[in-house]
Design a protein around this ligand. Structure first.
Ligand SMILES: Nc1ncnc2c1ncn2[C@@H]1O[C@H](COP(=O)(O)OP(=O)(O)OP(=O)(O)O)[C@@H](O)[C@H]1O
Ligand SMILES: [Mg+2]
Length: 588
């Protein structure tokens, strides 16, 4: 017997019911005759406040609301990958088949395919005692990913009468669990998990491995760790979505959860199309085989947008529990914060900065807090990395969402509209951005790429910092007054900016660059700097050095040296040596 209430007020996505309904906080409810999905967000004696995840047009006082007896949850089982869901895990492709392009309201389609049979290998034995999180079976979910079916974290007990290996649906009984209190529970592949509750783990690790993205300014200059957090703030058209697409395509995560939150619908279609064409460089399979899309685009209801981040997080944590490295892209967290603001306004809460509710900061913190590298209940290690785009109005980073996000993330990849106008992409500012993972990751780079990696990276950053301060002088009095060693700094900084930081997402070689090549590029640029410095110290003027065209040759390395041919860097070294000899000879 479920509880129910009667509507007395409707205000956009917020409705109120009167009387003691018996609902619990965060309970999922069905609203009105169309049974729209909603969530209880406030309880007072005699009245309940509910947020409805669908258009509420047509609802009126007097209609009834039925409880479901459970909090808003996602369904977890094989069949999640390769899917596109809305903010509360409804499968958009299935719904599309049923109701055309637009989601008709109250439509009830199960989140995952319940009739599909999965080739299942059972891992538990009759009589075995198991704990929450234990891997009970495995299923090849896609060619790329082995799905580890787990016992819900909240259960434990003894396995009775397990089935044999075979083909089963997510609703079939795999065994019966004899719980400690003596009750028996049929166990299937399916778990439900409330989206607002983090899935439990044994403990958190400190970051030690980078999430490698193939993007030079990220991997080398501002790296993010597996299990880390990063924000990409940027004004209109500066490259937030593009940067997230690049990471989603190339990052060495096992699973990608892409949450399109309040952004354009065609961008999600683009992800679908591009990803289905691309193959994962590691496994050779379609990128969609390791990807889940959550679409809550600008034309979809705001309340579901608010929920979409939590649904995405819960799916991510579920795959982390299997021992995978998961990366979440959220585009854009500003639209999510705006949904929060709109709902808060309707609830007549006291607004804080710029109309955002006072709990904006705690919500953002709770979101990023769910990232991390973890030891799971079943003893495996996995990670959830979160990369959130932020879209401040007019690119002004002092607004509340950017400022609060900055407090909770450890990488800040600030996009600059001047760089974007100049078509310097990725338009990530090298002066205003930062990564707090450098010291955590230094040992990894040293052991896995080269001992000199971080030293080179720091030398490059020092050159860029020098350039920035020299540019102040140049702006005031021109570059002619600078001594040649400083003009050389400007020239090398130009090589770093154009040859290293700038990276073309549309170029087949440049779109994703292995760490080895990133290192060799730094090596060659710094070698050029060293040899040029020697010439300057011998009294050669910068104007003579520039005539050789060597600086532009090095800038073009990103296109001219294929990723698979690092040995070609030797030729460039020789070229720099002959450049040195030529300058010396001419001026002898
Ligand atoms: N790494 C890149 N390489 C090449 N071009 C890029 C790159 N990043 C961005 N661009 C260019 O910038 C354009 C705008 O990028 P994008 O759509 O990602 O911006 P955005 O910040 O998401 O914009 P909006 O505020 O509208 O969401 C792209 O269409 C592309 O032409
Ligand atoms: Mg965008």
């Amino acid at each position: 017997m479920t509880n129910s209430g009667i509507i007395y007020a409707v205000n956009g996505p917020i409705i109120r019911t009167r009387g003691d309904s018996g609902f619990t906080l965060h309970e999922m409810v069905y609203v009105g005759p169309d049974r729209l999905v909603g969530e209880v967000i406030g309880l007072e004696t005699g009245s309940t406040t509910i947020e409805v995840y669908e258009e509420t047009g047509g609802l009126r006082p007097g209609m009834s609301v039925d409880g479901s007896g459970a909090p808003v949850s996602v369904t977890l089982a094989p069949g999640i990958l390769h899917q596109i869901f809305d903010g509360i895990e409804r499968p958009l492709t299935e719904i599309g088949k049923k109701s055309g392009i637009f989601i008709s309201r109250g439509i009830s389609v199960p989140s995952l395919d319940e009739s599909k049979r999965w080739d299942t290998h059972i891992l538990v034995k009759d009589g075995e005692e198991i704990q929450g999180g234990a891997v009970i079976a495995q299923v090849p979910e896609t060619p790329a990913i082995l799905h580890k079916v787990m016992l819900s974290p909240r259960l434990s007990g003894r396995v009775l009468k397990p089935v044999c290996d075979g083909s089963y649906t997510i609703k079939d009984r795999l065994f019966t669990l004899l719980q400690d209190d003596g009750t028996e529970l049929p166990i299937t592949m399916t778990q439900q998990w409330p989206i607002r509750t983090p899935r439990p783990v044994v403990r958190r690790f400190s970051a030690s491995e980078p999430l490698i993205t193939g993007q030079r300014i990220l991997d080398t200059v501002f790296p993010i760790a597996k299990g880390g957090t990063a924000a990409i703030p940027g004004g209109f058209g500066t490259g937030k979505t593009m940067t997230q697409h690049q990471i989603a395509k190339w990052a060495n995560a096992d699973i990608i959860i892409y949450i399109g939150c309040g952004e354009r619908g065609n961008e999600m279609t683009q992800v679908l199309e591009e990803f289905s064409e691309l193959t994962d460089p590691r496994s050779g399979n379609s990128l969609l085989d390791r990807t889940v899309l959550i679409a809550n685009t600008s034309n979809m209801p705001v309340a579901a947008r608010e929920a979409s981040l939590y649904s995405g997080l819960t799916l991510a944590e579920y795959y982390r529990d299997m021992g995978y490295d998961v990366a979440i892209m959220a585009d854009s967290t500003s639209r999510w914060a705006e949904a929060l603001r709109e709902l808060s306004g309707r609830l007549e809460e006291m607004p804080a900065e710029e109309g955002f509710p006072p709990y904006l900061a705690s919500r953002l913190s709770a979101f990023y807090e769910r990232a991390g590298a973890m030891r799971n209940l079943n003893g495996s290690n996995g990670s959830v990395s979160i990369i959130g785009a932020v879209s401040p109005q007019g690119g002004d980073f002092s607004e509340p969402v950017t400022q609060n996000t900055r407090r909770f993330v450890r990488c800040f990849w600030g996009l600059d509209k001047n760089l974007a106008y100049a078509r310097h992409f990725p338009a990530i500012q090298w002066m205003g951005s930062y990564s707090e993972y450098l010291s955590d990751l230094a040992a990894w780079y040293s052991a896995n790429v080269d001992k000199r990696f971080m030293d080179y990276r720091n030398q490059m950053v020092r050159i860029l910092t020098k350039e920035a301060s020299l540019m102040e002088i140049v702006k005031l009095i021109g570059s002619d007054v600078l001594p040649d060693d400083q003009r050389l700094v400007l020239e090398i900084a130009r090589v770093i900016r154009l040859g290293f930081l700038q990276q073309n997402a549309f170029h087949p070689e440049d779109t994703c660059v292995p760490l080895k090549k990133q290192f060799l590029m730094m090596d060659i640029i710094l070698y050029l700097y060293r040899r040029s410095s020697e010439l300057i110290h011998m009294g050669m003027p910068m104007s003579v050095l520039k005539k050789q065209g060597i600086y532009d040759r090095i800038i073009a390395i990103k296109y001219d040296v294929p990723n698979a041919h690092p040995e070609l860097f030797q030729d460039y070294r020789k070229e720099i040596d002959s450049f040195y000899d030529a300058v010396v000879e001419q001026n002898a």
